[in-house]
Design a protein around this ligand. Sequence first.
Ligand SMILES: *Cc1c(COP(=O)(O)O)cnc(C)c1O
Length: 329
Amino acid sequence: MGYALKETEYRYRAWTKDGIWQMGKLTTNKNITIHEGSNVFHYGQGLFEGLKAYKTKSGKIQLFRPDMNFIRINEGLDRIVAPRIPEELFFDAIEKVVEANKDDIPEYGQGQSLYIRPFVIGQGMNLGVKPSEEYLFSVFCAPVGTYFKGGLSALNFVTTDYDRAAANGTGQVKLAGNYGASLYPRQIAKDAGYAGVIYLDPATHTKIDEVGAANFFGVTHDNVVVTPKSSSILPSITRKSILYLAEHVLGLKTEERECFIDNISEFKEAGACGTAAIITPIGSITHKGKKHQFGEGEVGTIVKKLYDLLLDIYYGDIEAPEGWIREIK
Ligand SMILES: *Cc1c(COP(=O)(O)O)cnc(C)c1O
């Protein structure tokens, strides 16, 4: 995430009662007071989501594929043995938070948006390692600037020997602990002057998994858009959308398959994609001290086309594929 421009006034809170989600409401209280024995503090029973609201040229407010975030948060809740959130509650929270803070949604044309952060935590006294009996679902938001000040440029990444998640672990869900595990490798990469880390598959360390908190994609010399297939990457909604746009709008072939780091030169362009990053063009990847540069290290042509398409859809400048946009009235 680039930077929060300011804090907003309203957030939404809902709790479970006897294991059943109750509808929640807005509050202006930024603080949450919970028991010191809460699972989220000790055993990491917590996960989050991330999506954005955009203002269009005509002043409409729209969300990008929030139904996918709804599906994903519930897959995450299954994985941490927490109760699924009903659709009505999820959208009540998102819509109320966006409406209540609508004066803080950046105007069209500045490359900014309102970042929305839903999260669920297990709370209540719980000393044993077992699921919580009570849960909080909350949503807050903050206007955010363009991820890259000064426009789109290709950044340099480095592989790491550390893993963010195990092969059959929790990599597929936005579990808080995955990000705790990623802080140290990220710091090492930053200290060495890189924009971020490329994680390899945890079982063999021979294939690209993903890029910090974004998914990886590459474009081959014959213009096939490729993204890694792996059990430990977070299924990015942006990636799914990019593959769709590559195929249906740009008319390119797409593949989801293994991307061997030793065969990185099969790609002439590469990018990292996610709600926060949108698309970050990857200029180079350094692996075991050897730097592989994509093209001349500039922003790739297809990467740029996909970036422009995504932004046009986010801001309502072109019509989105069926069902991608949810307007907030
Ligand atoms: C959230 C996230 C992404 C991006 O997913 P989007 O749905 O596109 O925002 C990619 N990788 C990780 C590890 C993430 O947490």
